[in-house]
Each structure stands twice: as C-alpha cells, then as structure tokens.
Write a protein that binds this ligand. Sequence first.
Ligand code: NAD
Ligand code: ZN
Length: 319
Amino acid sequence: MKALVKEAAGPGFVLKNVPVPTIRDDEVLIKVRRAGVCGTDVHIYEWDDWARGRVKPPIVVGHEFAGDVVEGRCLLCRTGNAHVCPFTRIIGVDRDGCFAEYIAMPAVNVWHLDANVSYDIGGIHDPMGNAFHTALTADIPGSTVLVTGCGPIGIFAVGICKAAGASRIIASDVNDRRLALARSMGAHDVVHPGEAEAAVKAVTDGLGVDVVLEMSGVPSAIHQAFALVRVGGRVQMLGIPAKPMEVNFATEVIFKGITIYGVVGRRMYDTWHQMTRFLRSGEFDPTPVITHRFPLEQADEAMHVIKSGEAGKVIFEIA
Ligand code: NAD
Ligand code: ZN
C-alpha cells in the first residue's frame, strides 16, 4: 500500500510503498477513504522543535480520517454485547487453546484474579461464568428457583442462587451423584425430573417457581421449565438441545406471559466482575464442584470420567 511516511529526522514526507498493517486481536483494519491534514501534521512535516522532541521516524503520519472497517469488530462489541459478537474466535475452538504449557491471548480478554483465588478456581471461571450469567440476569433475591440439570454449570448455579438470596432452590437431575453435589452447594430440594412438579408445587403454593434455570438442554426438561415456571415468570435457557425441538408457544410461553432469556457465554465484562465480587464475599465457594484432576498425560481418563457422569468439574493440572 502507499503511505506518507516521515522517513527520517528532517523536513518533509515521502510517499512510499509499505506493507499493509497486520492487526492484533484487539485491533481493526480500516480502509482509509478521506484523511484530514491538521496543524500537527504541518509541525511534523516542518520538523520543528516539538516534532523533534516527540516523533520517532520512520512512521506513517496522519491522524484524522474516515474509512471502512475491512477486518475487525462490530456493532455488538461497541454496544455492550460482545458476548454475542459474530466474530468471536473461541480459544481451543477457532484458535489455539489452553491444554498446553503456554497460550497467547488477546490482552483485552485477560482477567486478573485476586491473589487469594486459587488456580483451581481460576481455571473454572469459564463454566462458572455461564452459571453467573444465567442466574444473575434473572431476579434471584427472594425468588423460588428451579434448576433443571445439575452438571457442573447447574451445580455452580445452585451455589450462586444461594449466595444471591434465593428463598428456595429446587434442583433436578437424573443423576444422584450430581444431586448430592447440588445439595452440598445449597439446594433445598433435590429431585429426579419425575418428582420436580410435586416439589415445585409444594413450596410455591401451587403457583410454580419465579425463575427456572434450564441447564440440561434436554427437551423434556425444557418443557418442564415452561410448565413449572409461574405465570409471568422467567426461564433462563443455557442448556443446548442437540437438535431442533417443538415448543407450543401459545400454551407454554405466550399465554403464560413468561420471559425467556437465551444465555450465550458470559457477559463481557459484567459477569467477570460479578464472579470476582461473589468470590470476595466468601458467600460463594465453588470448590466442591471440582471432583477430579489429571495431568495432561491422562487426557483419555479425563474424557472417560466426564462421559461416565460420575464427575462434577474435571480439571487438568498443568504446572
Ligand atoms: P452436563 O451435560 O454436564 O449437564 C447436564 C445435566 O443435565 C446432567 O447432569 C444430566 O444428568 C442432566 N439431565 C439430563 N436429563 C435431565 C432431565 N430430564 N432433567 C434434569 N436434568 C437432566 O453439562 P454442563 O457442562 O453442566 O452444561 C449444561 C448445558 O449447558 C449443556 O447443554 C451445555 O451444552 C450447555 N452450555 C451452554 C453454554 C451457553 O453459553 N449457552 C455454555 C456452556 C454449556
Ligand atoms: Zn463484535
């Protein structure tokens, strides 16, 4: 590309061919259409005392411009919705991930942990953040809450709702080991799906819960979420159904006047601040959710124990 360059210490600019800039992950590439020239440029051009003291040639000059973003970030990132940015490149999915001794990260995505937060807890901030996002975008204090699905994220959510002041937490799963973990994180009632309706009715004057956190992605649990939320209540949908499913919007959603919130990842960076503050409060301790730890050499064992359903959160100890 051609560019006006202040090539050396001395008056003048040189029009040169230089490489198109390569962008870092926190930058955008913009095709420049019009550029304003200002007094500052003149100072640099003339190479006056100010310019001599400030500018380090060689450098492409100019700072007033408009153009087209050809590579970079979007409306969503600029309006507090970076968590649903279509350009998101997920580590370990779209770019190199963290099952390794080193990882390169965009600096803007790095979250500083308090000194007293262990690496164990730091390492599970991602799924914990899913739980924080799901729970705290609902109105939890004083509410009755049903958590359908007590995988790691559902179990975290139970602890978060407890710390956030839910008046009653009912946790549902098909797996007794996971229900035991949900109980240890503060669930008042732990039930199998077939018992959930009776449990909910018993503690909500037959009305249904204020909030359901759907954390299984299983169609029958999703229908149950719509059925057991009270009229005007809220269903927070985190679990991802494996394939399209049928919903009777008229009876399950519209006539019940409920609100559905689709959860994607963690809000940047509200969720991260919330996590840090809950951990600081001491009211929320996710430690019991970690049930297994392996070195990288035992990746097969780690995958196996997750698939068995016998685990809460499984972590790799790398260094
Ligand atoms: P997980 O698979 O470990 O947990 C799902 C739990 O649901 C299991 O314990 C399972 O026994 C239970 N379950 C099965 N049938 C049930 C039923 N009928 N009623 C109640 N519980 C039932 O998964 P996880 O890691 O805790 O994640 C939970 C869900 O969230 C998954 O669907 C996952 O794909 C999804 N997820 C979504 C996001 C997002 O951003 N939306 C992020 C991460 C994970
Ligand atoms: Zn974006």
